[in-house]
Each structure stands twice: as structure tokens, then as C-alpha cells.
Design a protein around this ligand. Structure first.
Ligand code: ZN
Length: 299
């Protein structure tokens, strides 16, 4: 076993001493926000009429909590989902770079289509939101010092199925926003923020039904993932995408190649340059292998 790859975590499928979970964790961005001591600001009388970040019609906190249960999945609690149950994505708010598996897959596909159509990467400002952070947002909102925020425990961000997007999607009327309103629904991502009490053009919810964690096929047992560097590499230009496995790397030079990997369920991650290099380094893959049409195997 290569000592540089560390210990396999419980539940790993050991693949040449390198579990899939470990492989995925290399691509993960940051750690979930550690549970902080929570002090929920007392619910003011006016809260019932100002419950926010929902397009459902609710008139009380109790009702909002009831409505929120509709989107519960996997026996998890809102905002308290272990990162191991989520798929890492890149998001600018620290600790929020996670989505539910199906929502993440559809996001990745949508992201590629967005890049092709709009000419820049689709960027997530905030994805998954911990309960602690929701409490913080709610308290600020109630104090009149923060944005619209859902009552803690009722935000779809806490289920890992909402994203607030940047990349000009947050600007009503922009090309990016118009593309998203027209096309995101075909990926299961609806522009629900348009219907909030105070419209949020950047907020989208994934509305596909939860089908459970994948239990079979290449997704569960795979020893390969697809990683895409969102930043220029020293060796290659922006957009270097590679299928990597235990000591192997294959450059995916076309959208068709990338999509064909997705069709068979290979996990896909967009990560930054340093993370990209970190994955290669952990796998013992030389950076010299980052060439156009690379098909590299370290014996
Ligand atoms: Zn949002």
C-alpha cells in the first residue's frame, strides 16, 4: 500500500489500497461547518407573515416545518447531513460546497451546457447550508440586518437541493439568468427564487424526486472519477478534464468523452488547480502526464 494515500475509511471498497470514499474526499472542498452552539433568536410574532425563501404558501412556523418535511430524504435532518452523504461541488461560501447526489449530477451536466452557451462557468455562491448557518441567517434577517432567510429547518439549502448561483445568474435580465430560467428546469433545477416574497433570481431548487443513494453499477464501485480543473494549469489551459483512477489518468478532450463517462455514472467534480494537483499527487501521478490526449498509467 502506498503510504501517501493514508488509511482507508470504514466502508471503503479498497481498490489497490485506495478506497473510493478516500478518492472522493480528495476532491472535496473544505469541511462541513462544525456544529457550533446554537442560539435561535426568539420567533417574533411577525415571523409567520415573513417566512421566506419559499414559494409555498405558509402562515406559521409550524406549517413551514411541516412543508419542509416534504423534501426530507434518506432519514437525514435538515442542515445536519454528514458530508459523506453529499457530493462535493465548488461553492464560494465556505463549507457549502455539497449537494445531494442526484442534484449534483444534474448540476454538473447543466454547468457544462451553461459554459457552452454563456461562455463562462456556472458558479455556485452557496449550496448546502448547515443548520447553524441557517440560524445565523435567520437571526440576521429577523434583526433587519440580513437577507431574506428561511426559518431554521425549513430551507431547501439544508437538504442539499438548493443553489444560489453567481456568474451573473443573480442579475435579473442578464443573458446568464435568461439561459438558466429557460434551460435549468430541463435538468430538474427550477428558478423558484423568482417566486419568493422578495424575488431572488439567484436561487434555484432541484425538484427531482429522491431515488435513494446509488447502490449498484460503476458509481458505487468505481475506482475512477472525472475531475475538471476550473483554473488554468501550468501545464495546460483552462478546462483540463481527466478521468483519474488509481495511478492512472486519461485526458478527456471533448464534451462527448466527458458525457460518455457520465452516462455510465462516473462521478464528476469541478475543482480548482491546487485541488487538482493534490489529487494527482495523492495518486502518485506525475504532473508531466498532463498532456493533450494523455493516456497515462503508472506501473
Ligand atoms: Zn437560496
Amino acid at each position: 500500500m502506498d503510504s501517501s494515500v493514508g488509511q482507508a475509511e470504514p466502508g471503503d471498497t479498497a481498490v489497490s489500497g485506495f478506497g473510493r470514499r478516500r478518492l472522493l474526499s480528495l476532491a472535496a472542498v473544505g469541511a462541513a461547518t462544525a456544529g457550533a452552539a446554537l442560539a435561535l433568536r426568539p420567533e417574533p410574532a411577525r415571523a409567520a407573515t415573513s417566512l421566506a425563501e419559499t414559494s409555498s404558501s405558509v402562515s406559521s412556523v409550524a406549517e413551514a416545518l411541516e412543508v419542509a418535511k416534504v423534501n426530507a430524504w434518506g432519514g437525514q435532518s435538515n442542515g445536519q447531513i454528514p458530508s459523506s452523504y453529499l457530493v462535493p461541488v465548488v461553492a464560494s461560501v465556505s463549507g457549502s460546497g455539497y449537494l445531494r447526489d442526484d442534484a449534483a449530477r444534474q448540476y454538473f451536466s447543466m454547468s457544462l451546457a451553461f459554459s457552452n452557451a454563456v461562455g463562462r462557468p456556472l458558479a455556485i455562491t452557496e449550496g448546502y447550508r448547515s443548520y447553524a448557518r441557517q440560524v445565523e441567517y435567520w437571526n440576521k434577517y429577523q434583526a433587519g440586518t440580513g437577507n431574506l432567510a428561511a426559518y431554521p429547518g425549513t430551507s431547501n439549502h439544508g437538504w442539499g437541493i438548493s443553489c444560489d448561483f453567481g456568474a451573473s445568474v443573480d442579475q435579473a435580465g442578464s443573458t446568464a439568468k435568461r439561459w438558466m430560467d429557460a434551460n435549468a428546469p430541463s435538468y430538474g433545477w427550477n428558478p423558484t427564487g423568482n417566486g419568493f416574497s422578495r424575488p431572488e433570481p439567484w436561487h434555484f431548487d432541484y425538484v427531482g424526486a429522491y431515488a435513494g443513494q446509488p447502490t449498484s453499477g460503476v458509481d458505487k464501485d468505481s475506482d475512477v472519477i472525472v475531475i475538471r480543473s476550473t483554473q488554468a494549469l501550468n501545464e495546460q489551459s483552462v478546462g483540463y478534464t481527466a478521468l483519474v483512477g488509481v495511478r492512472s489518468l486519461r485526458h478527456l478532450s471533448s464534451i462527448d468523452m466527458i458525457n460518455s463517462m457520465r452516462v455510465v455514472g462516473v462521478p464528476y467534480y469541478e475543482i480548482n488547480r491546487n485541488q487538482f494537483y493534490a489529487v494527482l499527487s495523492s495518486l502518485g501521478i506525475a504532473r508531466a502526464s498532463l498532456t493533450q490526449d494523455s493516456d497515462y498509467w503508472r506501473r
